[in-house]
Design a protein around this ligand. Structure first.
Ligand code: DGL
Length: 274
């Protein structure tokens, strides 16, 4: 029995979509969530910048006794997952890659659209997953600048969010895409809007339930499951604007939770965890 918490991090609220699934599947596990609000959005930073931030956050989460770390952000996974595994070899990491594999089994038109941040498409992880799983499928990459900010604002269905989403999705549909992969954890919160826009005939692939299953699998493999039946405790930390983040939790994950702001140290242009 290992009662240490499962830790997750993201640039902001996106990873809450993963936390929600983990809490459903493993309700007795304690969790820590970190939102790097001061540096959000990650999608417009360089990969080395996101790598540096991910290392600092990992050190913070390990100082809080995390037993496993879920990189609940495609951009941070693209930039840092391999390096994190090398730098912290005792800690199991669960990362995100755009779900091309399930999409390739769903598509009839053999055209799959991937919605993600610009940085996610630059990482080697994306090229690798495409070459492994899209052998007889055409993958159309669509970067979606601006959408993360809308989700951070809590604007999940307003006219500006709808116009942005429409601008990214309509060209994909015109190119014959019948399956859309959500390659950014923030976009899971836009599924109702997206479904309204595309109708029932288009597959939407949301990786969050699979990431929760993978987390359970890793905990089982490392004999790290918490086996008592007490409800899990949830802790939320942020690098800034804890109040705004706390306000979003009630409608994003159905319960008002309080973020605690952590101390930061100024380091060059970016803030790094002390
Ligand atoms: N949720 C992050 C992801 O999955 C958002 C990245 C960002 O902050 O731009 O990529």
């Amino acid at each position: 029995m290992d009662s240490r918490p499962i830790a997750l991090f993201d640039s902001g609220v996106g990873g809450l979509s993963i936390l929600r699934e983990i809490a459903r599947l493993l309700p007795w596990e304690d969790t820590l969530y970190f939102a790097d609000k001061v540096n959000c959005p990650y999608g417009e930073l360089s990969l080395p910048e996101v790598r540096g931030l991910s290392q600092g956050i990992t050190r913070f989460l390990l100082s809080k006794e995390a037993k496993v770390i879920v990189v609940a952000c495609n951009t941070a996974s693209a930039a840092a997952l391999q390096r994190l595994r090398t730098s912290f070899p005792k800690t199991p990491f669960i990362g995100m890659v755009p779900a091309i594999k399930p999409a390739a089994t769903l598509t009839h038109s053999r055209r799959v659209g991937v919605l993600a941040t610009p940085a996610t498409f630059q990482g080697e992880l994306f090229a690798d997953v495409v070459s492994r799983f899209a052998t007889d499928v055409e993958v159309v990459a669509q970067a979606c600048p601006g959408l993360v900010e809308k989700v951070e604002e809590g604007d999940l269905c307003g006219s500006e969010t709808a116009a942005l989403l429409d601008r990214y999705v309509t060209p994909l549909l015109q190119e014959g895409v019948d399956t859309l992969v959500l390659g950014c954890t923030h976009y899971t919160f836009l599924i109702p809007l997206l479904r309204d826009m595309v109708g029932e005939g288009i597959n939407i692939v949301d990786p969050s339930p699979a990431i929760a299953r993978q987390t359970k699998h890793v905990l089982t493999q490392f004999d790290m499951l918490k086996t008592d039946a007490l409800p899990g405790k949830r802790e939320f930390y942020a690098s800034g604007d804890a109040l705004a983040l706390s306000r979003t939790t009630s409608y994003l994950i159905g319960k008002e939770e309080t973020f605690i702001e952590v101390q930061w140290q100024q380091d060059g242009k970016r803030l790094l965890l002390s």
